[in-house]
Each structure stands twice: as structure tokens, then as C-alpha cells.
Design a protein around this ligand. Sequence first.
Ligand SMILES: CC(C)(COP(=O)(O)OP(=O)(O)OC[C@H]1O[C@@H](n2cnc3c(N)ncnc32)[C@H](O)[C@@H]1OP(=O)(O)O)[C@@H](O)C(=O)NCCC(=O)NCCS
Length: 174
Amino acid sequence: MVDWVRLELDVDRFDDAEFSLYLRRAEASGARFTTLAELGDTPLHLRALYDLNKTCSADIPDRGPFYTYDEYVAQRIDVPSFDPGGIVLAIHDGTWIGMSATSLHPEPRYAFSEMTGVLAPYRGRGLSLALKLLAIRFVRASGYRRLVAFHHPRNASAIAMNRRLGFTDRAAGD
Ligand SMILES: CC(C)(COP(=O)(O)OP(=O)(O)OC[C@H]1O[C@@H](n2cnc3c(N)ncnc32)[C@H](O)[C@@H]1OP(=O)(O)O)[C@@H](O)C(=O)NCCC(=O)NCCS
């Protein structure tokens, strides 16, 4: 059985100013940030989101086979916790290069970081920090305070990314 690393961030205590530097840097290097709400959750855009999520998820340890497109829509899109404003995207020269997807759960009240992923050639440049900054702003603007993430214990980069943002260990059973 996998002993998941369960992390949580109090978004009211998040240092927005520190991480906005990564957003400015990414924009200066040609990346553009938007959301699925801004682009429109059309079938074409949902397919592009699926493709990006699937590609990035291939690097999650022990992830196993990814959803089919229909399964993805049923599990991640056609659910009450889905909000297209919570799908943050990074685009470079027309290519979707990164995403951070956050769902909202009103009872008990928490936001969940479903997936943050950056295409391999664009990694190691602070792009995930810029994406998550925008995801955290979405959580705050939606009136939520707790942002939760679960990671496979061998997913060192994702765990380090979230710790860098101020995520801390969540008590077991919480
Ligand atoms: C996790 C992931 C999103 C990080 O994206 P990235 O844009 O390369 O990360 P960044 O350059 O923004 O780095 C952010 C922080 O994460 C940590 N980090 C990133 N890559 C790391 C690595 N390979 N090893 C250790 N720490 C790493 C560092 O703390 C870094 O901050 P620092 O450079 O200031 O120390 C990317 O590796 C990825 O897409 N992985 C596959 C998908 C995945 O596992 N997603 C998470 C599951 S939801």
C-alpha cells in the first residue's frame, strides 16, 4: 500500500509577493498564463487539457495507465467540484506547456490540487511555481482557505515544489 504524502497550505498565509517573481520571469521568457474559463471549456480545449495532463502524468511514480478521455471527463470535468477558473494554463508559442488544476469542495470546505504538470523540456525554470501562484490566487478568490495535495512518496519534484510554496504535512486522518 502506498503511504501518500499528504500536504496542506493555508492560502491566507501564503507569500504572494515572493512567488510573483516566478510569474514575471515566465512571462518575460514568452509564456502566457490563462485559465480554461478564459479560453472556454470547449470540446477542443478539454481534449488539449486531457492530452497535457496525460503526458505530464506519465512521470508520476506508479501512476499506472491514465484515464481514457471519457473517463477523464467523467472523473475530473463532469463533477460538481470542477471549475474552469481553477484550470490554470501556461502557453508558449501556441503550445500548452503547463497546467495546474484545482477543484473546490464545500463540505468539508477545502480546495484540492488535482494536478500540476509541466512538459519535460520546460521544467526546472520556475514554471510550476508561477502556475501554482495563480492556482492559489484562484483558491483565495473563491473564498477557500485550505489547499490540499496528495503525492506519491517517490514524487520528489512535486513534493519539493509544494514545500517550496509553504505546504506542510497534514496530520493523518485529518
Ligand atoms: C512537479 C513539476 C510540476 C515541477 O515543475 P517545474 O516547472 O519543473 O518546477 P519548478 O522549476 O517550478 O521548481 C519548483 C520547485 O520544485 C522543486 N523541484 C522541481 N524539480 C525538482 C526536482 N527534479 N528535484 C527536486 N526538487 C525539484 C524545487 O524546490 C523548485 O524550487 P527551487 O528551484 O526554487 O528550489 C514537474 O516536475 C512535473 O510536471 N512532473 C510530472 C507531473 C507531476 O508529478 N505532477 C505532480 C503530481 S500532481
